[in-house]
Design a protein around this ligand. Structure first.
Ligand code: CP
Length: 316
């Protein structure tokens, strides 16, 4: 996309509403950040600007990479911890955000268990809002870094078959990826236990199956999802052991993959549940590349919402 389109998007809330041109533009910016980051050089695109990390759910990768991305862009970062804040005294999400905004930041990165909360914030505050994961809804920067990693390893996502295995019904990673990957020309398929698939998976426009063996041989990319034990309001799988036996990616199932197929996982990995340790650490795994790319992609997103004109000039 032209960087002009970036200037039109003040918030980054979902992959569903991105145009393919905007996606290309963000990936291009992320790629341009690779060299300075690898050379340990900062770029000045957020100089004099402050980003707030407002996380109401636990995070290792997303929170840390937004912090590093802000620092790589020479910005200031304020890390807000809900567990030691006045949220504990009953302050609302909206009041919290408005009070933090009064301190002068330009952008707030929010993770919350309620689907739609970043969109609500975006309508109530003047600063930019970036969605770092909202309930079952979306995790748009995760999908963007997944796409970036797929293209880094396979050249293009167009025409590639991406198989997503796991808790499709409750996964914001799956939802954001299905929107984004289909938009960019991938053929997406989903697989999981009947209790963890939506009632009609075909409404996503994807191929689907209950058993990985039906789809693994066709996949260029296998994206394993974490079993979200914390989001299950009743046991939707009989046991972790049984899940691993029927849906886990182990050495035998990896043998069904095409040569050159890659394995992604957003993390954190439940080792021995959705991924056998030797597969998580094996030659097909690009999990740690995803983590590195997360910094580049989040730099692109932050620069595009906080300083679109500066980014446009820097990319020339
Ligand atoms: N992928 C992901 O969102 O990881 P974290 O929960 O550690 O941020």
């Amino acid at each position: 996309m032209s960087a002009v389109k970036m200037t039109e998007r003040k918030h980054f809330l979902s992959t569903a509403d991105l145009t393919p041109g905007e996606v290309r533009s963000l990936l291009n910016a992320a790629q341009k950040f690779r060299k300075p980051v690898q050379a340990d050089q900062n770029t000045p695109l957020l100089q004099g600007k402050t980003v707030v990390n407002l996380f109401f759910e636990d995070s290792t990768r997303t929170r840390s990479s937004f912090e590093l991305a802000t620092r790589r862009l020479s910005g200031n970062i304020l890390n807000f911890s809900a567990s030691t804040s006045s949220i504990q005294k009953g302050e609302t999400l909206l009041d919290t955000a408005k009070n933090l905004e009064a301190m002068g930041p330009q952008c707030i990165v929010v993770r919350h268990s309620s689907a739609g909360s970043p969109k609500v914030l975006a309508s109530a505050v003047a600063m930019s809002v970036v969605n770092a994961g909202d309930g079952f809804h979306e995790h748009p920067t995760q999908a963007l870094l997944d796409l970036f990693t797929i293209e880094e390893k396979l050249g293009t996502v167009k025409g590639k078959r991406v198989l997503i295995i796991g808790d499709i019904a409750h996964s914001r990673v799956a939802r954001s990826n299905i929107h984004l990957l289909r938009k960019m020309g991938a053929q997406v398929a989903v697989c999981g236990p009947p209790t963890l698939l939506p009632p009609h998976p075909e409404v996503f426009g994807v191929e689907w199956a209950y058993r990985p063996e039906e789809l693994l041989h066709k996949a260029d990319v296998v994206m394993m999802l974490r079993v979200q034990f914390e989001r299950q309001n009743r046991m939707q799988i009989p046991s972790a052991g049984e899940y691993s036996r029927f849906w886990g990616l182990n050495r035998d199932r990896v043998k069904l993959l095409k040569k050159g197929a890659i394995i992604l996982h957003p993390g954190p990995v439940n080792r021995g549940v959705e991924l056998a340790p030797e597969v998580a650490d094996g030659p097909n795994s690009v999990i740690l590349d995803q983590v590195f790319n997360g910094v580049l992609v989040r730099m692109a997103v932050l620069a595009s919402v906080c300083n679109p004109e500066g980014l446009k000039k820097w990319l020339k």
